[in-house]
Write a protein that binds this ligand. Sequence first.
Ligand SMILES: [Zn+2]
Length: 247
Amino acid sequence: MKKAYLTVDDGPSVARREKVDILNQYGIQAVWFCEKRFMDIRKDDVLYTIQSGHIIGNHACSHPNFSELTLEQAKEEILLNDQMIERIYEEAGVKRPAKFFRFPYGNEGVTRGFYDLDYSQEEKERVESIQSFLKENGYVLPSFQEITYPYFDAFRKSGRVDWLWTYDAMEWCVYQENPPYGVRTLDDVLEMMELDLPDRWMGLNYPGSADLIVIHDHPQTNEMFGPIIKAFVDMGIKFARFDDLIK
Ligand SMILES: [Zn+2]
């Protein structure tokens, strides 16, 4: 049996409530990594997400590429979004269970970060400063002990607290001008799930590890959200609750 955790990045989009309802029909809890620029205009939908039993994570205010920010800008992107999330939890009357952060585009976390590839001393210090800032502000990465992929293990051991993932639904590819991986349709998205390439971030059919899945709350793919979640469930994935990791 494949165990997985679900994260939903970006937004909230106009279809946030429908997506929350879909997950709740399946009894799936997600961490929704939200941006202040959209929470500002759809705060009620964030309240709804929280009050429906889900967790709000920090995905920076405006989805910047952190590699292009100064350290001060990076801190502001994290902190202003953090304060917004804090206020919404207060308004919801729900205790914020934990603080989670994922970099937009995964950068500083995936592209080079934990491999320490061609980092200059200055970049290295900058990356470490951001990590320290996250930790000072209470951000954590649960241990996810059942995720056993070597790259995830390396990440975990690096002591970083931003959230990596192990499977990208890749539905965001379909509306790109040049779709990455040739993923152009819902069928293409579903076909990617059949691959068995655990070393290449496509291990849904590999029984030796749990997975941390990311899908996105993008308006361009609202219609695909339900079918993709259904496909995960139909292939036998059992979604675990984050509550159990942060007790
Ligand atoms: Zn994002």
